[in-house]
Design a protein around this ligand. Structure first.
Ligand SMILES: [Zn+2]
Length: 741
C-alpha cells in the first residue's frame, strides 16, 4: 500500500466509533488484526449491574474500596481466571490492565536486530524531538519554567475556598464572593523598574533583551529567522519522506490496534471502577473549554435577550459614532428599519451551519448580528464609543453562569490587532475597570493575521509596525510595571498568544528568502510560518525577562491545522506549546506521530469543523483519542455553533453520542483539558490531584478525575514504550554489516 492510499484509508475509516465493535481493524496487508464478533456487543451489557449485584457490592463495602481499585472485590466484576493468573505473575505492577500476550514492555522489541533504515527513521524522530525541545526551552514555554506554577505564587483575588472537607467528609459552609466584587486595584502589588536589563531591536527586527548598556549581552540566544527556516525545511523534508510516512503510519495503526485490544479487554473493569468511585461523575469533574473566542462566548438566545433588554430600557443611550454623528440605540435600529419586536434568532442570523462550509469569509460575517457590522461594533467589541460596556455586561452574565456551574472553566481569546500602540492599554482598562475577573476564566490574546488589510487601508506601512504595536507595550510593562499598572495586572491572568484567521488562504512564496519586517512593504500578507516565528521570537525574549523578574510567562497556542497547508503543523510543532484544531494531522502521519510522542495539546472542536471545514463523521477526533494523542474538546464559537446554555457540555454530548464515548472517555478528556489549560499549578492540583505533574498512575487522583488508574496506566505504558523505542534505536550504533547494539 502506498502512502497516499494509506492516508486515504485513514480518512475513510474515520467514521469508526470509539470502541471497536463495528468494523474490523486491518493492518496494511489487509488482514484482520483484531477479530470482532457480534458477541463482543454483550461485553457492553456486562457493565450494568442488576439490583442484586449492586446490593452485593454495597454489602461488601465497595464504596471504600472504590478509590483503590487494587482492592476491588472479586466476586462479580472479575475477568476470567486465566487473566487473573497473568496479573499475578507481576505482583509489582498491581495497576496492570489486561493485554493478553501483546508485548507490554519495550524490552521485548529490543531483541530484534534492526535494519539500518529503521535506525535512520528513529534517528530522524529523535532529531525532530530535540529541535522542538530546544525551541520550547529557549522560549520558556515549558510549564516547569513558568513562575506561576511554582509554590508560593499568589493569585489575587484568591481562589474560592473549598466547600468540602475531605478529612471529615463533610460539606463546610463557606462564603465565596465573586472575584469581580472582591477585586480592588489598589490591593495589587505593582513592582518598579528593572535597571539591570533593557530591550531593543535585533538584526531580525525582533525585540531582544540585553544587559543595560551592553547590547551584545543578550538574555538568551533565540534562534534567528534564518535558523528557523533551516530547521523548518529540515523537518518538512524529514516528514514528507516516503519511508518516514509509512513508518509513522504503521506506528499510528499499531497504537490504534493496541487501544482496541485494551478497550476490548478492560472496558468492563474501567466501568466498574468508575461506578464504585463515590461522588464523582462526568458532571462534577473539572473541565476547561480550551478554545473559545470571547466575542462569541454567549449563545444567540442570550445575545438576543440582551439586545432586546437594552432596546427596551436604554434606547436613548448614545452608542456609536457613524457618518459624522453620534447615534442612540434607538436611532441605530430605526436606520435598520427594525424594532425590538421584529428581533428573533432567525433575524439575528448568526448560526453557522449550512452556508459557511469552506467559506471562512461568510463565517466571519456571521459575527454581525442581522448582518450589520454596526451591531457587532456596539455589542461585541471592547473598543468602541461606549468603551465596550455592553460587551462587559454580557460577559459578566456569561461568567456568572460559569461560576454557578462551578466545574466549567473557559480560556477566552480576546483580540489585539497590532494596528495602534495603545491597544494593550485599552484592553487592560476594559478588563480592570469593568472588573472582569473570575476564577473560572483566563485569557489568551489572539492576533489576527491581517497585515494585508491594514496595509491596504494605510493603517500600517510595514510589518514592523505591527510587531511594534504588539510587543513594545509588553516589553515596557516588563521593564517597569508601573508604566502600565493595569496592563501588568491584566497580564497575570493572560496565558498566552493565539494566532487566528483563515488558514485556507494560500501562502504564496513570492520571495526565495523572506525580508525582515521593516523591509516587508509588499501588499501581500506574510505566510503563516512567518507570522508564527515573529510571535515566537518576541515572546521568547519577553518570557526570558519575565521569568527573571518572577512574572508569569506566556505560551504560544495558535490555531493550526484547521485548513490550508499541513506545513503549518510543522511550524507549530517547533514553536508552539499546543494548538487548536489540528484536524489536518490526519494527512501527515509523521507529524501526527511527533505530536503523539511530545503529547502536544490539541484543543479540538468537531462542531465548529462541521460547519466550516470537515463534516462531523469525518473528523479525526475519535482516532486521535484512541491513539493517545493529547486531545481535549472545546467549543470555538458558542454564538455560531451552540443551541444551549452550556456549550461545552453540548460539545461533549454530541461527541459522546456520535463517537460513542464512554463516561471514562469523557472524564479522561476533561482531565486532558485541565492539563492543557493555563491555570496555575496550585489550582490544577486542587482540581485533579496534588501530584498531577507526576507520570502515569502516580499523577492520577481517581477521586478527583474519575479516570480509573488502569486507563492512566495503559496510556502511560503505551507512551513510554514508544519513547523507549525511539531512545533505544536513535542511539543505536550502526556497523558496515548492518546494525549492532
Ligand atoms: Zn477558533
Amino acid at each position: 500500500m502506498n502512502v497516499d492510499d494509506a492516508t486515504k484509508e485513514l480518512t475513510d475509516l474515520s467514521l469508526e466509533p470509539a470502541p471497536s465493535y463495528d468494523a474490523p481493524v486491518y493492518d496494511q496487508s489487509g488482514e484482520d488484526l483484531v477479530e470482532h464478533g457480534a458477541e463482543n456487543g454483550s461485553g457492553m451489557q456486562d457493565a450494568h449491574f442488576s439490583y442484586r449485584e449492586s446490593k452485593q457490592l454495597f454489602d461488601s463495602g465497595s464504596k471504600q474500596i472504590a478509590v483503590d481499585d487494587r482492592l476491588a472485590p472479586s466476586s462479580i466484576m472479575d475477568q476470567p481466571t486465566s487473566m487473573q493468573r497473568e496479573e499475578k505473575k507481576e505482583p509489582g505492577r498491581q495497576e496492570s490492565y489486561k493485554m493478553r500476550s501483546l508485548p507490554d514492555s519495550a524490552a521485548q522489541q529490543f531483541t530484534d536486530v534492526p535494519s539500518p533504515e529503521l535506525v535512520g527513521l528513529y534517528k530522524n524522530v529523535a532529531e525532530c524531538r530535540n529541535l522542538r525541545a530546544k525551541y520550547q526551552g529557549l522560549s520558556m514555554q515549558r510549564s516547569d519554567q513558568n513562575p506561576k506554577n511554582k509554590p508560593g505564587w499568589v493569585i489575587y483575588p484568591h481562589p474560592p475556598k473549598p466547600t468540602y472537607d475531605a478529612a471529615t467528609k463533610t460539606v463546610v459552609k463557606v462564603e465565596n464572593k465573586p472575584d469581580s466584587e472582591v477585586f480592588d486595584l489598589s490591593q495589587c502589588d505593582i513592582p518598579g523598574e528593572d535597571s539591570e536589563w533593557d530591550f531593543g531591536i535585533n538584526e531580525d527586527d525582533s525585540y531582544a533583551v540585553h544587559r543595560a548598556g551592553a547590547l551584545d549581552q543578550v538574555i538568551a540566544d533565540i534562534p534567528s529567522l534564518r535558523d528557523y527556516y533551516l530547521d523548518l525545511d529540515k523537518l518538512v523534508s524529514i516528514s514528507s519522506d516516503g519511508p518516514a510516512k509509512s513508518f509513522a503510519f504503521r506506528r499510528l495503526q499499531y497504537l490504534e490496534a493496541r487501544w482496541n485490544l485494551y478497550y476490548l479487554l478492560n472496558e468492563y473493569q474501567e466501568t466498574s471502577v468508575s461506578k464504585r468511585n463515590p461522588h464523582r461523575d462526568f458532571y462534577n469533574v473539572r473541565k476547561v473549554d480550551t478554545h473559545v473566542h470571547h466575542s462569541a462566548c454567549m449563545n444567540q438566545k442570550h445575545l438576543l435577550r440582551f439586545i432586546k433588554h437594552k432596546l427596551k430600557h436604554c434606547s436613548d443611550e448614545k452608542v456609536i459614532f457613524r457618518d459624522d454623528q453620534v447615534l442612540t440605540l434607538n436611532e441605530v435600529f430605526k436606520s435598520l428599519n427594525l424594532s425590538g419586536y421584529d428581533l428573533s434568532i432567525d433575524t439575528l442570523d448568526m448560526h453557522a451551519h449550512k452556508d459557511t462550509f469552506h467559506r471562512f469569509d461568510k463565517f466571519n460575517l456571521k459575527y454581525n448580528p442581522i448582518g450589520e457590522s454596526r451591531l457587532r461594533e456596539i455589542f461585541l467589541k471592547t473598543d468602541n464609543y461606549i468603551k465596550g460596556s455592553y460587551l462587559a455586561q454580557i460577559t459578566k452574565q456569561v461568567i456568572s453562569d460559569l461560576e454557578n456551574s462551578k466545574y466549567q472553566n473557559c480560556e477566552y481569546r480576546i483580540s489585539v490587532y497590532g494596528r495602534s500602540i495603545d491597544e494593550w492599554d485599552k484592553l487592560a482598562n476594559w478588563v480592570i475597570d469593568n472588573k472582569i475577573f473570575s476564577h473560572n476564566v483566563r485569557w489568551l490574546v489572539q492576533i489576527p493575521r491581517l497585515y494585508d488589510i491594514y496595509k491596504k487601508t494605510g493603517t500600517v506601512n510595514t510589518f514592523q509596525d505591527i510587531i511594534t504595536n504588539l510587543f513594545k507595550p509588553l516589553f515596557e510593562v516588563t521593564k517597569n510595571p508601573q508604566s502600565h499598572p493595569k496592563l501588568h495586572v491584566f497580564l497575570q491572568r493572560v496565558i498566552g498568544f493565539d494566532s487566528v484567521d483563515d488558514e485556507s488562504k494560500v501562502d504564496r512564496r513570492f520571495h526565495r528568502k523572506y525580508p525582515k519586517p521593516s523591509l516587508w512593504e509588499a501588499p501581500q500578507n506574510p505566510p503563516y510560518s512567518y507570522y508564527l516565528y515573529y510571535l515566537y521570537s518576541n515572546l521568547a525574549a519577553l518570557n526570558q525577562w519575565r521569568a527573571k523578574r518572577g512574572f508569569n510567562t506566556l505560551v504560544l497556542r495558535p490555531h493550526c491545522g484547521e485548513a490550508g497547508d499541513p506545513e503549518h503543523l510543522v511550524s507549530a510543532y517547533l514553536l508552539a506549546q499546543s494548538i487548536s484544531h489540528g484536524i489536518l494531522l490526519r494527512k501527515v502521519p509523521f507529524v501526527q506521530y511527533l505530536y503523539y510522542l511530545d503529547q502536544i495539546g490539541i484543543a479540538m472542536s468537531p462542531l465548529s469543523n462541521n460547519a466550516l471545514f470537515l463534516t462531523y463523521d469525518k473528523n479525526p477526533f475519535p482516532r486521535y483519542f484512541k491513539r493517545g494523542l493529547n486531545v481535549s474538546l472545546s467549543t470555538d464559537d458558542p454564538l455560531q455553533f451552540s443551541y444551549t446554555r452550556e456549550p461545552l457540555i453540548e460539545e461533549y454530548s454530541v461527541a459522546a453520542q456520535i463517537y460513542k464515548l464512554s463516561n471514562v472517555d469523557m472524564c479522561e478528556l476533561a482531565k486532558n483539558s485541565v492539563l492543557q489549560s493555563g491555570w496555575e499549578a496550585s489550582i490544577k492540583a486542587h482540581w485533579i490531584g496534588k501530584n498531577f505533574e507526576d507520570d502515569g498512575v502516580e499523577g492520577n487522583d481517581v477521586g478527583r478525575t474519575n479516570v480509573p488508574n488502569i486507563r492512566v496506566n495503559y496510556r502511560w505504558d503505551t507512551l513510554s514504550t514508544e519513547l523507549d523505542l525511539v531512545n533505544h534505536f536513535a542511539t543505536f550504533k550502526g556497523t558496515e554489516n548492518g546494525c549492532q547494539a
